[in-house]
Design a protein around this ligand. Structure first.
Ligand code: NDP
Length: 497
């Protein structure tokens, strides 16, 4: 008997193919019991506080500050002082050094950040480790490279920093959204007051330690934690020159109304209801992976998630069958387990919102499929879900669910696919699966979406601009385009900037 046969015989003993737990250790993270706000390069005691928890276990992780209008005022004053006393006039090559340092420190401490991101936000460790952290560092590297080349990026336009940027970010990619906002702002010579989301403040607070290690001058980045009231105080503050917001369309609209006529600059990155469009000539198994990645990545808490699947009628049945089979292999559970594919829902409130929309899908007549899976007893969980038999008018086909819930619709012709894909108030992203390059280009020209992925989904790169149309917002983040919202130009008046 050969060695191979012998091993095969031994392996056949067990029929149990379930995964053994592979937990990432939390030891690497040292949390303080209590955090204040990070203002002017130092910790400032918070007068009001709240507890931040782990959504997977509901345990309290730390007590953090609930920023008041007075805290925001202090932070804006510190940012203004730093802007005027050095940062805005520092040569770009010097600013770049700080950004490169921050990028390298994020790389060095990436495991610590990844564990904390998963603890506080509920996302699987393999995603925070392999996506959030590498991309956050890449954004700092990328914009470090631009800091001393702004004159070349915008020739004959004399680019200048704007001043103090107020930045408000959501809970789905806490550190990555911070990087998207802070890196271009600093590269252009602005200073920053950033408010993380209420449920996920901890990686932003750990980031303050990176700023200290990088010896960033005090006041260049200030972080004030708190809920929507803190965000509103930042929006209203007269000392802020620009607001950059990522979050819900509803709050984005309120901010736009509030800022109308104030002269403050604004960029909004809001919701989406992306169509992921699958033609019958696609590589089906590859498309299945793209569909799964499109909607179940980060529990579907993704503004550009492929939440509406448009399938060409001729392959509807085999596709849905393969999809259901693939769904049954997804592992839902402990975010710190390296085998986990779908982690915890970020908050009780978000879970309620998903449950409410899923109930509406059932009531309106869609057919629901959820693979058998045992959800943990504590924490906030929702099984990966597919709705078939969905009409365009159903709420689950119209509204952003922001959870692991896919709505499947069908089409016959490319024209019909375009009509259905564009039939939404949003316009952030879309996916196209076909083997024909000409069809990809034809579709991309007609899809009203800021990003169109072809034969892939949820690919991000700091060099590539990201942003929406219609109710998905305006302004671009990433790439050369991502610098513009943080700059004033000699010709701003004539261009309406
Ligand atoms: P919000 O739009 O409320 O939150 C985004 C950020 O804005 C958070 O930091 C939030 O603080 C802050 N904020 C809330 N109210 C105000 C205000 N009046 N003025 C200024 N800032 C404010 O999103 P939610 O977290 O409530 O999520 C609700 C829905 O929004 C989700 O179900 C999802 O559909 C969508 N969403 C979309 C995102 C995207 O990337 N496009 C990201 C997150 C959510 P706080 O954390 O305290 O609420």
């Amino acid at each position: 008997m050969s060695e191979l046969d012998r091993r095969a015989g031994q392996a056949a003993v067990s029929g149990d193919w379930t995964y053994a737990p592979a937990p990432e250790s939390r030891e690497i993270v040292r949390l303080a019991e209590r955090y204040g706000h990070f203002i002017g390069g130092a910790w400032v005691e918070a007068s009001e506080t709240y507890e931040t928890i782990s959504p997977a276990s509901e345990e309290t992780l730390a007590v953090v500050g609930q920023g008041t209008a007075a805290d925001v005022d202090r932070a804006v004053a510190a940012a203004r002082e730093a802007f005027e006393n050095g940062w805005s006039t520092l040569p770009g090559s010097e600013r770049a050094k700080y950004l490169f340092r921050i990028a390298r420190l994020l790389q060095e401490r990436s495991r610590e950040f990844a564990v904390l991101e998963s603890l506080n936000g509920g996302k699987p460790i393999k995603e925070s480790r392999d996506v959030d952290l590498p991309l956050a560092a890449a954004h700092f590297f990328y914009y470090a490279g631009w800091a001393d080349k702004l004159e070349y990026a915008f020739p004959n336009r004399r680019p200048r920093p704007i001043g103090v940027a107020g930045q408000i970010i959501p809970w789905n990619f806490p550190l990555l959204m911070l990087a998207w906002k802070v890196a271009p702002a600093l590269a252009c010579g602005n200073t920053v007051v950033l408010k993380p989301a209420e449920t996920t403040p901890l990686t932003a607070l750990l980031f303050c330690d990176v700023l200290r290690q990088a010896e960033l001058p005090p006041g260049v980045v200030n972080i004030v934690t708190g809920d929507g009231r803190t965000g509103a105080a930042l929006v209203e503050h007269e000392g802020v020159d620009k607001i950059a917001f990522t979050g819900s369309t509803e709050v984005g609209k309120a901010i736009q109304r509030r800022l109308a006529g104030t002269g403050k600059r604004l960029t909004l990155e809001l919701g989406g209801k992306a169509a992921n469009i699958v033609f019958d000539d696609c590589a089906l198994d590859q498309a299945i992976e793209g569909i799964v990645n499109g909607i179940y990545f980060n529990q579907g808490h993704v503004c550009c998630a492929g939440s509406r699947l448009l399938v060409q009628e001729s392959i509807y049945e085999p596709l849905v069958e393969k999809l259901k089979r693939r769904l049954s292999t997804l592992r839902v559970g402990d975010p710190l387990d390296k085998n986990t594919d779908v982690g915890a829902i970020n908050s009780r409130l978000q879970l309620q919102k998903i449950e409410e929309l899923v109930a509406s899908g059932r009531e309106e007549g869609a057919e629901i499929y959820q693979p058998p899976c045992r959800l943990p007893e504590r924490g906030y969980w929702f099984a990966p879900t597919v709705f078939t038999n969905v009409a365009q008018s159903y709420r689950i086909a119209q509204e952003e669910i922001f959870g692991p819930v896919l709505s499947v619709l069908t089409f016959r012709t490319p024209d019909e696919a375009i009509e259905k894909a564009n039939n939404t108030p949003y316009g952030l992203s879309a996916g196209v699966w076909t083997e024909k390059g000409s069809r990809i280009l034809w579709m991309a020209q007609r899809l009203r979406a800021g990003v169109v992925w072809a034969n892939t989904y949820n690919r991000f790169d700091p060099a590539s601009p990201f942003g929406g149309y219609k109710e998905s917002g305006f302004g671009r983040e990433g790439g050369l385009h991502g610098l513009e919202p943080y700059l004033d130009f000699d010709d701003s008046e004539t261009r309406g900037g």
